[in-house]
Design a protein around this ligand. Structure first.
Ligand SMILES: Nc1ncnc2c1ncn2[C@@H]1O[C@H](COP(=O)(O)OP(=O)(O)O)[C@@H](O)[C@H]1O
Ligand SMILES: [Mg+2]
Length: 341
């Protein structure tokens, strides 16, 4: 805060699962699920982020919860606008400045966004007070976050496993050369685990419990050096509704996720097939970067390195990498031609 900082600068990652906002020094100001709770009648926002997520699955005839982004695109324009405005409002309030600052914001959007969607995001940010609004496509932001020299004549492949989609992009010379998106990502892993618990253990679990299992013992290989202990899951028997405690091992989860993860292996292979040979050579030399929350699955880089024969690296802090890269773009506005106004 302070009287002299008249321009507030924000970098915003609008993810399907989580939205993250950083300021221009890279400090995290907001990091919460991309979800809003709305009044069914008036469509007015009642809660945002973590608070709204708590209401998910418990809503009434008056309240609904909405995830404005789905499968890597804006699925609900009104909800997206309310979310963007709500986040900017909270971040500004927490800042406690005396003056409403003029706001510059760089927003990272899914690379599959259409003109109409880009327009909608820009409008929402402007309605929320953004004077100076820029957009950046997600794979570019991820690459900047990883610290790659994105303008160089050097090919890099980035695989971003988010909530709704896995995005596989090749970038070179400040542009996205190829981009492939499949609708298999974190949310699918969660729902596979949910189904598995019912089928294999007769236990009924909700999304939140299934996600906990994924985080505690999620793995994509059946042999780990630093294996997590079994995770005890509490829940009702599907038939009798009586409470049960069931220990779940990472090996079970590796089997349960196998089909979905195999689709990601395939998508990466097919993206490599479509990559021009000169860039392919660069990628083999540089390795392939994994980011997004799904990159935290145990054994992922090893599995892919073994299967594909190219070294895979997991980015540090994959849940914040795209937002960090967006903040790099914010700090270097004017330098990067791929920023869209
Ligand atoms: N430790 C973890 N292990 C496996 N998956 C995780 C872990 N932490 C978060 N996730 C998953 O990552 C996904 C969110 O990743 P994120 O990159 O924030 O997505 P998006 O960019 O689509 O918002 C969710 O499906 C979440 O369950
Ligand atoms: Mg993301």
């Amino acid at each position: 805060m302070g009287l002299f900082s008249f321009t507030q600068e924000l970098a915003m990652d609008l993810g399907t699962a989580n939205s993250v906002i950083l300021n221009n020094t890279g400090k995290i100001l907001w990091d919460e699920p991309s979800i809003v709770a709305l009044d069914r009648k008036t469509d007015k926002m009642i809660a945002l982020g973590a608070k709204a997520k708590l209401m998910d699955g418990k809503t009434t005839e008056n309240i609904k919860t909405v995830r404005p982004l789905k499968d890597g695109v804006i699925a609900d324009f009104n909800a997206a606008e309310q979310m963007i405005r709500g986040m900017i409002k909270v971040v500004n309030k927490n800042r406690g400045g005396l003056f409403a600052p003029s706001l510059r914001v760089v927003i990272c959007i899914p690379s599959g966004s259409t003109e109409v969607e880009i327009r909608a995001v820009r409008d929402s940010a402007e309605h929320a007070g953004g004077r100076d609004v820029y957009m950046i496509f997600e794979p570019m932001a991820a690459a900047l976050g990883i610290g790659l020299d994105v303008d160089a004549p050097d090919g890099n492949m980035i695989v971003d496993i988010g909530g709704g989609t896995t995005e596989i992009a090749v970038i070179s010379l400040g542009g996205i050369v190829t981009n492939k998106s499949i609708k298999v990502a974190g949310d699918d892993f969660t729902s596979e685990i949910k189904d598995y618990m019912g089928r294999q253990h007769n236990m009924r679990v909700g999304d939140r419990t299934a996600e906990d299992i994924k985080i505690q013992v999620g793995s994509v290989v059946t042999e780990l050096d630093d294996a997590p202990e079994d995770y005890i899951v509490h829940g009702p028997n599907k038939m009798t509704a009586l409470p049960m405690d069931i220990p779940i091992s990472y090996q079970e989860i590796a089997h349960c996720l196998e089909k979905s993860v195999a689709k990601i292996d395939q998508a990466i292979l097919s993206a490599l097939e479509d990559t021009p040979p000169e860039l392919y050579r660069d990628i083999v030399r540089n390795g392939i970067y994994l980011t997004g929350g799904g990159a935290l699955l145990r054994g992922l880089s090893r599995r892919l390195t073994d299967k594909i024969g190219i070294k895979f690296h997991v980015a540090d802090d994959p849940l914040h990498m795209v937002a960090k890269g967006t903040a790099v773009a914010l700090k270097n506005i004017g330098k990067f031609s791929f920023l869209m106004r």
